[in-house]
Design a protein around this ligand. Structure first.
Ligand code: NAP
Length: 249
């Protein structure tokens, strides 16, 4: 019997789940699906999986050798720069193929009022300068950046409860996307939101808030994407599938 090709799939995105499904249908391919463990109830596809950091580049390299991994597909969140850098370096050191799957960023269209910023600190400065009822849709570990802003009121949306101190005037919505346009319009209206803070996640699952903001002429402070990674990168699941056929199988 031919030994199966063994892949490491770094997850956390809808693309990762979809790639896992595609790989599960291929004969003679075995996959380890890996998650950071950032959410309490992660969505894990069928098959072999692990949760939690590897412990840095050296430990990841050892993991790849021990598990006889022949290629790494990195479908982490577009802002997960550390994991991506570690995976690229570890693959480079043992000379196995590495692919980054990063969905395209949203692009502004007519009517969008975007303030593009470099990081969450800049987002806090600008959003609190421009408005006083702020819809925060950033990652739960980043909400603490807004904790010292005592005057504005915040609507904080997060899958799990935020970590660290929160701004004193806030309401918490514990929800997981995808979100519809109707839902987002209702939230913006009901809570009288005057600005949104978001990452440029791309994709459709969380795009409705951007559309709703456009319809209601509400500005959006958008934290820009990190610099693109060098090396093999694709922006769709179908391109990732093609890469797997071309390079790995
Ligand atoms: P990161 O900062 O690039 O990763 C930090 C560390 O977490 C990595 O060095 C690695 O630990 C571990 N890690 C990350 N992804 C992993 C995976 N798939 N499998 C195993 N270990 C993994 O990425 P992040 O902490 O996930 O988040 C960075 C950004 O992503 C945030 O700014 C946030 O906006 C966004 N985000 C992430 C998630 C999520 O679920 N991960 C969800 C929403 C948003 P070791 O060095 O120990 O190997």
């Amino acid at each position: 019997m031919i030994k199966p090709v063994r892949l490491l799939l770094l997850g956390g995105t809808t693309e990762a789940t979809e790639i896992a499904r595609i790989l599960s249908e291929l004969p003679n391919v075995s996959v380890i699906f890996s998650l950071a463990g950032r959410v309490r109830k992660p969505i894990v596809p069928k098959g072999e999986f692990r949760i939690g950091g590897f412990g840095g580049v050296e430990a990841l390299r050892e993991f790849l050798v021990r598990e006889e991994i022949s290629a790494v597909i990195d479908a982490t969140h577009p802002y997960a720069v550390r994991m991506t850098a570690h995976a690229q370096r570890a693959c480079g050191q043992i000379e196995i193929p590495y692919l980054s799957v990063v969905r395209s960023a949203w692009r502004p269209v007519f009517g969008d009022q975007w303030h593009v910023v470099k990081n969450v600190g800049e987002a806090a400065t600008i959003a609190t300068r421009l408005a006083d009822r702020i819809f925060l849709t950033v990652w739960r570990q980043e909400i603490t950046t807004f904790a010292d802003y005592t005057d504005p009121w915040f609507l904080i949306r997060s899958i799990d409860p935020p970590l660290g101190p929160l701004p004193p005037r806030h309401e918490l919505l514990l929800q997981r996307g995808p979100f519809s346009l109707v839902e987002e319009l209702r939230i913006l209206n009901d809570y009288r939101i005057t600005i949104i803070v978001s990452k440029n996640s791309g994709g459709i699952a969380t795009y409705a808030k951007i559309e709703a903001a456009r319809m209601l002429s509400i500005p959006v402070v958008l934290i820009d994407r990190p610099a693109p990674v060098p090396g093999a990168t694709v922006d769709t699941v179908s391109a990732a599938k093609q890469w797997i056929y071309d390079v790995v199988l």
